[in-house]
Design a protein around this ligand. Structure first.
Ligand code: SF4
Ligand code: SF4
Length: 421
């Protein structure tokens, strides 16, 4: 697409943004992959429409406020990237555009309060635990809370699971095949702490020693995707210092965190930390991709009875990191387990970081659609690789009156090893 974007004025991200616009040939192949286009059927709610809007704003031909409703509604799910035959790097346009927009817009007070609450709680497990408990207490007030806060309280689970402190070192069983560092995440530590324990046990069973650096923190993905580049850089910098370089990989077990860490180079483009960011991003691997790469050596026992499990592709694992086959191969290697595909499986479940808090209407439509597709498979269990998807789909399965066991891929493997599947 021809453009007149003032590349030099846009700083280090300018060339990448302009390149994304140039690469789009308007073919429209991405439209069917885009969840918001599928729901609303409007060109401006499609990837192609949003690229034109962002281009017009960057060229100075459209006021920012006219593009924002459409750009804001984008889930950042990146389903448009694998669907695009021209290889448009949509994320390289969206992320810096949102960061610029955030500096130039004035949000209503209620939105600012919700975003502030999210920024000050979600990345910190202690604060998030406290906020979740407070949210539970606020449930009786749901009817009188402003809409933005209602969505937040609504998503707080009824009861939080017990947590146990994680060790800083977890030894490999048998001959050591690899040594890795683990990112333990923020929300996941509070809502599903067993995922980290399952990760440690499954890695250890397969000869992998794990270290958990104490100085690590939030990966910064939430800040990145809500346009708060400065906060995201601060969090990324802390992780670049915290994670050792003498490990075979830095393991993530939440798709959103993994793709966030892989985006560090974009965050530091043109800055002196760019190389360090690229090095950490290069070492970062989702646990399913890592296990698939090294191969499971601990034999998996047969499940107690044959069972059907559906696998949900988290957008930030499948679209952002290109990890699709690895978790399927791992799950299919459990004797007696049959993996089934979810119809329209590429469509986002509506979780998308804090999207379900900021756009509850669209998130609910997508969540309900996903829950119905899961039920259509007839599976007895759902596996996925992201805590956000897990929470969102679970909420909608419960709302439909058909709760299913929902586990992370490593939890399924862990249970298979423990013969409790
Ligand atoms: S598929 Fe790619 S090139 Fe075609 S309209 Fe979408 S973003 Fe543009
Ligand atoms: S990131 Fe997702 S919601 Fe946004 S334009 Fe691409 S496909 Fe649509």
């Amino acid at each position: 697409m021809q453009h007149q974007i003032p590349v030099a004025e846009l700083g280090p991200q300018g060339a990448a943004m302009a390149h994304a616009v140039e690469a789009c040939v308007h073919c429209g192949f991405c439209l069917a992959a885009c969840p918001t286009y599928r729901v609303l059927g409007e060109e401006m709610d499609s990837p192609r429409g949003r690229i034109v809007l962002m281009k017009d704003v960057l060229e100075g031909n459209l006021p920012l406020k006219e593009a924002l409703p459409y750009v804001d509604l984008c889930l950042g799910c990146l389903a448009c990237i694998p669907a695009c035959p021209s290889g448009v790097p949509y994320g390289e346009l969206l992320m810096p555009f949102r960061a610029r927009a955030e500096e130039r817009r004035r949000r209503p007070l209620s939105e600012r309060l919700v975003r502030f609450t999210i920024q000050q709680t979600v990345p910190y497990p202690g604060r998030f635990r406290l906020a979740a408990r407070t949210g539970r207490l606020a449930r009786p007030l749901l009817g009188v809370l402003p809409g933005d806060f209602r969505a937040m309280v609504d998503l707080v689970p009824g009861k939080l699971p017990k947590t146990r402190p994680l060790p800083t070192h977890f030894p490999a069983e048998g001959t050591r095949r690899a040594r890795v560092a683990l990112l333990v995440g923020c929300v996941q530590q509070v809502l599903a702490p067993e995922i980290n324990w399952a990760t440690l046990r499954v890695l250890a069973a397969n000869g992998v020693e794990v270290v958990i650096p104490l100085a690590q923190g939030c990966c910064g993905a939430l800040a990145m995707h809500t346009g708060d580049a400065r906060r995201a850089q601060g969090l990324a910098r802390a992780n670049m210092e915290a994670f050792p370089t003498d490990v075979d990989a830095v393991i993530t077990n939440a798709a959103g965190c993994g793709s966030g860490m892989k985006e560090y180079p974009l965050l530091f483009r043109g800055a002196e930390q760019e190389d360090a960011a690229a090095a950490l991003a290069g070492r970062t691997k989702d646990v399913s991709a890592f296990l698939d790469e090294i191969g499971l050596v601990a034999p998996l026992p047969e499940v107690a009875r044959p069972m059907k499990v559906a696998y949900h592709d988290a957008c930030h694992l499948a679209h952002a990191q290109g990890v699709r086959e690895a978790p399927r191969r791992l799950l299919s290697s459990i004797p007696g387990l049959t993996l089934v595909e979810i119809p329209d499986g590429d469509l986002c479940c509506g979780s998308a970081g804090t999207y379900n808090l900021e756009h509850p209407g669209m998130a609910t439509q997508l969540g309900e659609r996903k829950a119905r597709s899961v039920l259509a498979t007839g599976a007895e269990m759902l596996a996925t690789g992201n805590i956000g998807c897990l929470t969102q789909i679970q909420a909608h399965l419960v709302a439909l009156g058909h709760p299913l066991p929902l586990l992370h891929t490593v939890q399924v493997l862990d249970r298979a090893y423990a013969r409790t599947l």
